[in-house]
Design a protein around this ligand. Structure first.
Ligand code: PNS
Length: 161
């Protein structure tokens, strides 16, 4: 069975992530979305909130699992017997960060490949941080995120007031 891990903060999941998942779910038998506690970022949603929005938003894909994870990605990927790490690429700005991460993971788990998927052109500008900022400032982000995430954002913003 060919298993891939798609790791990320997903704070929150956007249509850009869905785009990457729809493309890669055809390439692997199983994709494990690893919702990671990124120590370098302050999160808006808890890991469990992110997981539940992802589960709701990926119901149309039948080979997706969602797990929360904190620790070393390389160890997690090895434990899951995955052959690949999936990452989405939008612009050259993403590339430098992604290349460093891929090379680091290559040293730690040489048997695993990082697969970069280029975002569809209409999603090039979509980022979790942009979506959060616009939503928190009252912008309508309904065209950028799945409905479950839009509802989650609306609820979160209500709670913060
Ligand atoms: O969506 P993000 O925040 O860009 O995802 C980055 C993430 C979570 C994939 C990366 O920070 C990560 O792999 N974190 C786990 C800890 C780890 O293994 N760090 C070393 C990476 S080379």
């Amino acid at each position: 069975m060919r298993i891939a891990v798609y790791p990320g903060s997903f704070d929150p999941l956007t249509n850009g992530h869905i785009d990457i998942l729809e493309k890669t779910s055809k390439l692997f038998d199983k994709i494990i979305i690893a919702v990671v506690h990124n120590v370098t970022k302050t999160a808006l949603f808890s890991l469990d909130e992110r997981k539940s929005m992802i589960l709701e938003s990926t119901r149309h894909l039948n080979n997706i699992e969602v797990e929360c994870f904190s620790g070393l990605l390389a160890a997690y990927v090895k434990e899951k017997n995955a052959c690949a790490i999936i990452r989405g690429l939008r612009t050259v700005t993403d590339f430098e960060y992604e290349m460093h991460m891929a090379l680091m993971n290559k040293v730690l788990i040489p048997e695993v490949e990082t697969i970069f998927i280029i975002a569809t052109h209409s999603n090039i500008f979509v980022s979790s941080s942009g979506v959060k900022e616009a939503a928190l400032l009252g912008g309508d982000v309904s065209s950028l995120v799945p409905p479950a995430v839009f509802n989650g954002l609306t609820e979160k913003i209500k709670q913060m007031k």
